[in-house]
Design a protein. Structure first.
Length: 55
């Protein structure tokens, strides 16, 4: 072993996957993502309220 070599082997290089790129689908005229997100949030709040009532 020479002075430039290390005693421990270098970790094996893992193949990294490229980042997943998703595009937002086009919305109809007059529809915006903010409105869609708000509807989803309201649905979640209603579902949580129903779960509390059922418990």
């Amino acid at each position: 072993m020479t002075t430039n070599e290390s005693a421990t082997p270098a970790p094996a290089h893992t193949a990294e996957r490229p980042p997943v790129v998703t595009t937002m689908p086009r919305l109809g005229r007059g529809v915006c993502w903010r409105d869609i997100v708000r509807e989803i949030e309201l649905d979640e709040l209603e579902r949580e309220a129903r779960m509390r009532e059922a418990a």
